[in-house]
Every structure is written in structure tokens, then in C-alpha cells.
Design a protein around this ligand. Structure first.
Ligand code: SAM
Length: 246
């Protein structure tokens, strides 16, 4: 069992190593700051570290989560998809020759997806329309392996001060960074939960805003071991694939 100091050092080294792999200075600075200040990476590692299942990172951006997990010795295959070709190109450049068993695919989440295993969506849902969000969650829920996790980080539409600050900051980020310029639709908690029935999933919702003034929350859905997953038996190799279904 590692003590807190060792864990903190391993986290810090992983952040440093990932950031250093980006060739552009501004991306090195962005990656280092993001990995250190956003608690979602360490939290994801803690949730996933014991799982041997493949991981699908929906809206993976430049691949920070995948690289961070590899630096923390997380070995299962990781597949990231994002509709932004510029980010996927950066992810490929970093992964090339350094990190094994990673794939990054330029793909819109509204296109067919057939992942199995654990699935994460960090800061992605609010870029989709409400109907796209509902369809995506409905399509992803049956893909989660028995005992597996689907983890969402987003800002629920709580209409409190934290929510409005998040909204404002996101609008500002869209104007000043390379975040995609689409209308924002922050989902309600109920909409996020709707696809994950109690008979199939346990669920936990917890704040994950670190030292920020934002309203970020983590929604953790774990498929019950006893739940029957429609069509799961046919997926006999239990592997991860992205392609023609969904
Ligand atoms: C705020 S970034 C988060 C990136 C990454 N998940 C992270 O936490 O570092 C949101 C990402 O979602 C992607 N995205 C938004 N809408 C998408 C869509 N319809 N299909 C695929 N990716 C999408 C964006 O291109 C962007 O990379």
C-alpha cells in the first residue's frame, strides 16, 4: 500500500512526463496546468486502476487522460474519439512510438459507436443538443460491461452561482481557445441519470470542482454484476471496438 506522499509524487511525475511530450510550448503549458489543477485525471485513475477492461474516452481532446493513465501504469487498451481532427493529430503525435495500445479516432459521437468495457465522458455532454445527449447516453449504457463503469464529468444545470460561473467561463473559453463553437446545453442531473436504471446500474454523484468556483460534478454509473446486458453474450471477445453499431 503506497502512502500519500508516494501517490502525490507519482501523480506529479506523471503530469510532468505527459506535458513534456507535447512539441508545442503552449500545449506543454496547457497540459501541465490542466493535469495538475483538474482533479478529474487522478480521480479517473483511482476509479479505473483495478479494472482490466478496455477504456473508451469519448471526447478525448488531445489524449491527456490516456497519456496520464499510461504514465500511472494503467495497461488496458484505451481508445479515444473526438470530432476535432486537430486534437486527434496532436494525440497521435504524442502517442507515436511512446505509448502502446492506444488508438485515437476522429469521429463525431453522434456517429455509430460500439465500445465495450469502461467508458468516460469528461466535459463533453454540454456541447451536444439535449436530444443528442439523450441518444448518446441511451446508446452507451448497454455497452458498459457487467461490473464496468461509465463515468461522466460535467456541470449539471443547477441554476446556482457555480452553474452560472461555469456557463460564463465556458463561453469565454469558446471565444479565446480552440474549444468548438457550438451552442452550450448543460444537462440537468435527471437527464444524465435517465439512461441508467436502478435495476441495471448503481449510481453516485459527487462534486468534483477542486479549487475552482465551477459546478463540475462526477456521475459514476457502475453496471451491476447481476444485470443482464442486451446482446452482451454475442460480444464473446469482450473487446473494445468502434464502428458500425449503436
Ligand atoms: C472541453 S474538451 C474535453 C476534452 C477531454 N475530455 C478532457 O477532459 O481533457 C471537450 C471535447 O469534446 C469534443 N467534442 C465536442 N462535441 C463532440 C462531438 N459531437 N463528437 C466528438 N467530440 C466532441 C471536443 O472536440 C473537445 O475535444
Amino acid at each position: 500500500m503506497k502512502n500519500g506522499t508516494t501517490e502525490r509524487m507519482e501523480h506529479e511525475h506523471a503530469c510532468t512526463r505527459v506535458a513534456a511530450r507535447f512539441s508545442e510550448r503552449w500545449l506543454r503549458l496547457y497540459a501541465g496546468r490542466k493535469l495538475r489543477n483538474d482533479p478529474v485525471f487522478l480521480t479517473a485513475f483511482e476509479l479505473l486502476r483495478a479494472s482490466p477492461s478496455p477504456l473508451v474516452d469519448i471526447g478525448c481532446g488531445v489524449g491527456l487522460l490516456a497519456f496520464y493513465l499510461r504514465e500511472r501504469n494503467f495497461r488496458p487498451p484505451i481508445s479515444g474519439l473526438d470530432r476535432d481532427g486537430r486534437k486527434i493529430a496532436r494525440a497521435h503525435a504524442v502517442a507515436h512510438g511512446v505509448y502502446g495500445d492506444l488508438e485515437f479516432i476522429e469521429q463525431d459521437v453522434c456517429a455509430p459507436i460500439t465500445p465495450t468495457g469502461n467508458v468516460v465522458l469528461f466535459d463533453v455532454l454540454h456541447y451536444l443538443s439535449p436530444s443528442e445527449q439523450a441518444r448518446l447516453l441511451d446508446r452507451l449504457a448497454p455497452r458498459v460491461a457487467p461490473g464496468g463503469l461509465l463515468v461522466i464529468r460535467d456541470c449539471p444545470r443547477d441554476r446556482n452561482a457555480r452553474y452560472w460561473l461555469t456557463h460564463l467561463a465556458e463561453r469565454f473559453a469558446q471565444m479565446t481557445t480552440w474549444n468548438i463553437q457550438v451552442p452550450l446545453h448543460f444537462p440537468t442531473r435527471e437527464k444524465i441519470r435517465a439512461a441508467f436504471g436502478d435495476n441495471q446500474f448503481t449510481q453516485t454523484v459527487q462534486p468534483l470542482w477542486g479549487r475552482t468556483p465551477f459546478n463540475n460534478h462526477l456521475f459514476i454509473f457502475r453496471r451491476r454484476d447481476t444485470a443482464t446486458v442486451p446482446g452482451w453474450a454475442e460480444r464473446s471477445d469482450n473487446s473494445l471496438s468502434l464502428g458500425r453499431a449503436g
